[in-house]
Design a protein around this ligand. Structure first.
Ligand code: FAD
Length: 306
């Protein structure tokens, strides 16, 4: 039985586990894949104090840091339910159940993909999901943003400062973004917004993206754009399906937390991209992992015996 069981082995989970272990608590991490989204990231240039690193390198360093402490690392295991009967119980897909006095949920999120030919092939080679992360790589170039919701229009405004030109492609015939963002985008000379546009293919030269094809859903006409980058902004889906019915989630599936990372279930804390935190970044996930862990420590010294 653990004092603190962390579910998720991304930056939020790793940080939570280190903070818990440093309090002398019996700590475990259970994760489907250690490293989380960082394992899929090519260049990282905004992890402050490290000028430039790569995803797999940072994952290896995270793992080494966790292994400096007495933390049980259980990987390739998926949590399927969360429940409480005195202790918090986490059931795994394998059939096993882990029991802990407190749990920190750090199961992260995944970007919704377009599911068109070329998207996977050019992921990290022009197909990007995070403007804060990859925007500067396209300085002075032409890019597209797929999606005309708040995140798409925010991305376009952000990128317009850096790149030469941004084309926003929205599937519907109206934009779902807030009016103030649409106004701002329309006021910038280098953003073009195309509605009723269905992206059908990512085009590349074998090494990098060179453009995309889309269909005008009103006329049925096919079009091509020449581009260096494509930012896909059609949603970030929290990995919280298994928590439905056990703790409070927003309509988008984000875990509702307070300032200490506490969820609606006593003794259960949460951190990182799976939560209501407004910004989803490595440095933010690590900070929130530390917060949730200190929150859980606070809970344990007040509530847990033995
Ligand atoms: P994640 O990293 O998503 O980790 C979630 C963990 O939970 C994983 O270990 C996963 O296996 C596990 N898990 C999920 N469900 C279950 C379950 N049911 N049972 C057990 N385990 C489970 N941010 C930056 O700051 N800079 C960048 O340059 C940058 N580039 C990015 C590039 C890409 C391509 C992507 C996808 C993201 C990028 N981000 C970047 C965002 C950053 O990676 C995330 O904000 C960060 O990883 C979130 O950390 P997390 O620990 O909350 O979740």
């Amino acid at each position: 039985k653990f004092d603190v069981l962390v579910v998720g082995g991304g930056p939020a989970g790793a940080s939570a586990a280190i903070y818990a272990a440093r309090k002398g608590l019996k700590t475990g991490i259970v994760a489907e894949r250690f490293g989380g989204q960082v394992a899929d990231t090519v260049g990282i240039e905004n992890f402050i104090s490290v000028q430039k690193t790569e995803g797999p390198k940072l994952v290896a360093q995270l793992e080494e840091h966790v292994k400096d402490y007495d933390v049980d690392i259980i990987t390739q295991q998926k949590a399927v339910t969360l429940g409480k009967s005195g202790n918090v119980e986490v059931a795994l897909e394998s059939g096993a159940t882990l029991s802990s006095k407190s749990v920190i949920l750090a199961t992260g999120a995944r970007w919704r993909e377009m599911n068109v030919p070329g998207e996977q092939e050019y992921r990290g080679k022009g197909v990007a999901y995070c403007p804060h992360c990859d925007g500067p790589l396209f300085k002075g170039k032409k890019v597209a943003v797929i999606g005309g919701g708040n995140s798409g229009i925010e991305a376009a405004i952000d990128l317009a400062n850096i790149v030469e030109h941004v084309t926003v492609l929205e599937f519907a015939d109206t934009l779902r973004a807030d009016e103030v963002l649409i106004k701002k985008a329309n006021s910038l000379g280098n953003i073009e917004i195309i509605k009723s546009a269905q992206t059908t293919e990512v085009i590349g030269d074998g090494t990098r993206v060179t453009g995309l094809n889309y269909t005008d859903r009103a006329s049925g006409d096919e079009h091509s754009l020449s581009l260096a980058g494509i930012f896909v902004q059609i949603g970030l889906i929290p990995n919280t399906e298994f928590l439905k019915g056990s703790i409070e989630l927003t309509p988008f599936g984000e875990i509702v937390i307070d300032d200490k990372g506490a969820t609606s279930m006593p003794g259960v804390y949460a951190a990182g991209d799976a939560t209501t935190t407004p910004f989803k970044q490595i440095i933010i996930a690590m900070g929130s992992g530390a917060t949730a862990s200190l929150g859980a420590f606070d809970y344990l010294i007040r509530h847990a015996d033995g």
